[in-house]
Ligand binder design. Structure first.
Ligand code: PLP
Length: 235
């Protein structure tokens, strides 16, 4: 077998395991709706993205523009590209050129900059608002109940909803370190329920990674972002 065949077999086995975990979690939660797998390919080469696409993966996540831009240029629209990392405003021009979904919008200023950049490319970008589940919000993410345009969830949602080149698609969160995922994701489910009252069509809930996807699915995640369980441990 060539190195490519070996890697393909390894990714196929990992993908089968991850899909089985998602299905088991859906079944435990009594869910009949789909849960979308976003393969987070950061630190792994474009050749892995191509293999995953061959294996039926349609959604790919990256967290750094310097790495994502060349991979997206190489692979193109064989997959949908999700930007899942902290987004600096000086990167919106590049990111809005290839990202189909930006999962990490957390301020009015970022939303406005991303809207302008997407419009300049003539593209519509789906946006998830990253929600902070940390009491003190140092790690990024918009804060529910905060009216400050620099970090409030409601003003950021309004800015995205009003933006011509952005589509408000839902919410994203990362469970904080040192907190049981059940606690973080049950809080996220409450935030999402309140959010849906004002934004009923923004139904995406992106939560859950390799170590906590079962908990996220039990609390209603529609998208899970899986890196190491699919591609291997990052070094
Ligand atoms: C790296 C990353 C993931 C995937 O994490 P794993 O633990 O490797 O599954 C998910 N979401 C974000 C925002 C990430 O940066």
């Amino acid at each position: 077998m060539s190195a490519d065949d070996i890697r393909r077999a390894e990714l196929a086995a990992n993908l089968a395991r991850v899909r089985a975990r998602i299905d088991a979690a859906r079944s435990t939660a009594g869910r009949t709706d789909e849960v979308t797998l976003v393969a987070v390919t950061k630190t792994y080469p474009a050749s892995d993205v191509a293999l995953l696409a061959d294996l039926g993966v349609t959604e790919v996540g990256e967290n750094r523009d310097q790495e994502a831009a060349p991979k997206a240029a190489e692979i193109g629209d064989r997959v949908r590209w999700h930007f899942v990392g902290q987004l600096q405003r000086n990167k919106v021009k590049s990111v809005s050129g290839y990202a189909d979904v930006v999962q990490s919008v957390d301020s009015v200023r970022l939303a406005t900059a991303l809207d302008r950049a997407a419009a300049a490319h003539g593209r519509i970008v789906d946006v998830l608002l990253q929600v902070s589940l940390d009491a003190d919000a140092h790690r990024g993410g918009a804060v529910p109940g905060d009216a400050d345009p620099d970090r409030g969830l409601d003003p950021t949602a309004a800015a995205v909803a009003d933006a011509g080149a952005l589509r408000l698609a839902g919410l994203m969160a990362v469970a904080p370190l040192g907190v049981p995922p059940e606690k973080a994701f049950s809080r996220l489910a409450e935030i999402a329920a309140a959010f849906h009252v004002d934004h009923p069509t923004a139904t995406v809930l992106s939560a859950g990674m390799s170590d906590d996807l079962e908990s996220a699915v039990s609390y209603g995640a529609t998208h899970v972002r899986i890196g190491s369980a699919l591609l291997g441990k990052r070094h």
